[in-house]
Design a binder for this molecule. Structure first.
Ligand code: HEM
Length: 148
């Protein structure tokens, strides 16, 4: 009976060890699988974040310089427009292109031609000072400010 009991004991211990090893290996295998999955996930996220930081460079856009000023003309510049083909005149602080008005003026061509390329302030004010219609008409020929 004794040798049989010893054999049974040994068999039992061996089986126990086999079962233990089996359980251990299954535990280790399943753990290594569950650990690997999130590692693979994070590694796939890293290149995505680096790509977005690469594709967003800060570009400096130059500020546009806006220059919308009224032109200014000197008397010397006005003097180069002194006939019927181009007639500019200074009246008070402004410069007017009266070319198209020469043939339309109710007071005649000559009245306008005498002030082409000159300061026509005195001539205009003496004739039309305080008159509404001539002053309104004059404003439509404004081309710039007179620079002294
Ligand atoms: C420089 C720009 C001038 C403008 C825009 C201008 C404009 C006018 C206008 C709109 C009228 C008609 C007024 C009305 O019927 O109510 C007129 C008439 C007249 N203008 Fe001028 N004028 C100018 C310069 C002059 C000058 C320099 C003279 C003379 C030196 C002059 C002499 C006259 C005369 C005599 C009339 C009256 C014509 C008539 O009723 O038969 N004008 N002008």
């Amino acid at each position: 009976m004794k040798p049989q009991n010893n054999l049974q004991k040994n068999m039992g211990i061996t089986l126990g060890i086999i079962v233990m090893l089996g359980v251990l290996s299954v535990t280790i295998f399943s753990n290594s699988q569950s650990v690997n999955t999130p590692v693979a996930d994070t590694s796939s996220q890293i290149p995505t974040s680096t790509t977005t930081s690469k594709t967003s460079p800060v570009k400096k856009v130059p500020t546009p310089v806006v220059t919308s000023t009224t032109p200014e003309y000197t008397l010397a510049q006005v003097a180069t427009h002194s006939n019927s083909s181009s007639c500019w005149s200074v009246i008070n602080t402004s410069v007017y292109d009266l070319t198209s008005w020469i043939n339309s003026h109710p007071g005649g061509k000559q009245a306008i031609l005498t002030i082409c390329g000159k300061d026509g302030t005195t001539a205009f004010e003496n004739q039309h000072g305080g008159q509404r219609r001539p002053e309104q008409e004059l404003a439509s020929f404004f081309i710039g400010n007179y620079k002294k």
